[in-house]
Design a protein around this ligand. Structure first.
Ligand code: HAM
Length: 514
């Protein structure tokens, strides 16, 4: 049976002997050095043609061959190819080898770390019974036009396609989720519990952990009106943090409800249409001067009294204080209290705190809102989410309650770096298979195919290389076994298997090789 793809993960809080992989995901903080120039040649111009297949022999040779297979030096082949010097084709051009500003390449070591992160996102989502979904990166621009003055609208990568349709690279996943839920209609029973990991694009001012493209892990629950939904979502994020070695001492969640603002604004007869706009303005607190905030709030019909009262409520950090202000019968206080008592039953009370200043910057939230933050205060929000009970109906769907969160890949990597918690995720190919004779290249391919059929990872040496090179490569890929295909063994249907950690070497029949 094929082995499940396992990641060899050496976690700093679980091991003592390993050093953190500090250079990994370096693009999060370090901007690439000045552009290096590369001469691009066509694939054809780089290709050395070969008239015979190196994979000619794929079955054990018959026994009347007289070569000696136990030799440890691979003789008789040379890498030198005498061809005339290549001229760049006419269309060769120099390109900037750096990716566009704010975007990243993922070379293998960074891809391994990304896979490790996504693997944890996936496993946690599945632990909570969520199903994975995905949507196109390119969506209709209309999905993101909400007219509430959100930053995300100005950051949209949007354009007209060749069919004159206005399209945008998705800046978030929630509108796509809403679109798909409406499209599926009643064919999907409620509650829906979906998760997704997708790349999002925002033309953002670059700061630490904020990029022009990032991957977001989302978990959303559609069809649950109660705060049990939010409680479950926060529990899943806590589970994720614990898995990767982050504790309640490192991060916390600030929790509030947009209903707090709604209840304050209703005391001043502020029109319903001003509500989302007021939330977006309040979300800018701390980013722009307070005078500017007040000016903008006045522009959306808030009186001076309403503004002063609102700002006073937004400074509250205790639910008791909030209850004294709003009374205990309103939905805001009731739901928040309920969420905090659910947190106790889940066992994550120490991770959460009430903070009325959290409103979040997206227009569609209607109830509980939360943000994960770094307790040292060095980083921007690690994740954020909340309840958005009216998003589906604003897209023409039924009014179905919904809540969810988005968790980016960039800030969490910064946090892991800060705490020296980046794991080592080494390349690990269990076997390296190498022929000892050019004529046995096909036999080596047979051995590799046999092992891969057993679910073993195999690096097949594809060219004539000295054994010194092969050992070096085996060390680089962390191979456990070196499998040498030599003539005399192969004639008997056998190969030589060397355990690299001990140096122990045995002849093994191909059929018995696991
Ligand atoms: P958001 O707060 O805009 O919410 O983004 C969620 C998370 O994505 C942030 O906390 C951060 O980790 C990451 N993120 C956002 N922008 C960037 C960026 N430019 N660079 C790096 N990371 C970034 C949403 O997007 C909501 N749709 C989340 C949601 C899902 N709400 C309900 N369901």
């Amino acid at each position: 049976m094929a082995a499940a793809p396992s990641l060899l993960i050496l976690h700093p809080r679980l091991t003592t002997t390993l050093r953190p992989l500090s250079l990994i995901y370096h693009q999060f903080t370090v901007h690439p050095s000045p552009p290096t120039r590369l001469l691009v040649l066509s694939a054809r111009s780089r290709h050395h043609s070969s008239s015979t297949s190196p994979f000619a022999s794929t079955t054990p040779l018959n026994s009347n061959s007289n070569s000696n297979a136990t030799e440890t030096v691979r003789a008789g082949r040379s890498n030198s190819v005498s061809s005339p010097p290549l001229q760049p084709p006419e269309y060769a051009q120099k390109i900037d080898v750096n990716p566009p500003k704010g975007t990243r390449d993922f070379p293998p070591e960074e891809m391994r770390l990304r896979n490790w992160l996504f693997h944890n996102f996936r496993e946690v989502s599945e632990l909570f019974g969520f199903e994975e979904v995905d949507y196109p990166v390119l969506e209709s621009e209309a999905l993101y036009i909400r007219k509430a003055g959100e930053e995300i609208r100005d950051q949209l990568y949007c354009f007209e396609d060749k069919g004159n349709r206005r399209v945008a690279l998705r800046p978030e996943l929630t509108p796509s989720l809403a679109r798909l839920v409406i499209q599926k209609g009643k064919s999907v029973p409620l509650p829906i519990k979906w998760f997704a990991i997708g790349q999002c694009w925002r033309y953002e001012r670059m700061t630490r952990g904020r990029r022009r493209e990032h991957y977001q892990w989302n978990m959303d629950i559609i069809g649950v009106p109660d705060v049990t939904g939010e409680a479950e979502l926060i529990s899943s994020i806590v589970t994720f943090f614990k898995r990767i070695g982050i504790t309640a001492k490192d991060v916390g969640f600030k929790i509030s409800s947009r209903k707090v603002l709604q209840e304050v604004l209703s005391l001043y007869s502020v029109p319903e249409t001003s509500f989302a706009k007021a939330c977006i303005i309040i979300d800018k607190m701390g980013k722009i001067p307070m005078e500017e905030i007040k000016k903008e709030l006045k522009l959306v019909d808030l009186s001076n009294d309403a503004i002063e009262d609102l700002l006073q409520v937004l400074s509250m950090k205790s639910l008791t204080e909030l209850e004294e202000k709003l009374g205990g019968s309103g939905e805001a206080v009731r739901e928040l209290k309920n969420l905090f008592s659910l947190a106790e039953t889940f066992g994550y009370s120490e991770w959460i705190q009430f903070d009325a200043s959290v409103v979040r910057g997206l227009a569609y939230y209607t109830g509980i809102v939360f943000e994960g933050f770094d307790r040292e205060g060095k980083l921007r929000a690690i994740c954020g989410g909340g309840r958005y009970d009216r998003l589906l109906s604003t897209f023409g769907g039924d009014d179905i309650p919904a809540c969810g969160f988005g968790f980016g890949d960039a800030v969490i990597i910064e946090l892991l770096k800060e705490r020296q918690l980046l794991p080592e995720v080494p390349l690990e190919v269990e076997n390296i298979v190498c022929s000892l004779d050019p004529d046995l290249q096909g036999a080596a391919a047979t051995v590799a195919t046999h092992l891969r059929g057993k679910g073993q990872r195999v690096d097949l040496v594809l060219e004539n290389k000295p054994l010194k090179w092969v050992f070096k490569r085996a060390a680089r890929i962390n191979a456990r076994r070196l499998i040498l295909v030599g003539r005399s063994e192969w004639e008997k249907g056998m190969v030589s298997v060397k355990i690299l950690s001990t140096g122990e070497q045995n002849e093994v029949n191909l059929d018995d090789l696991q």
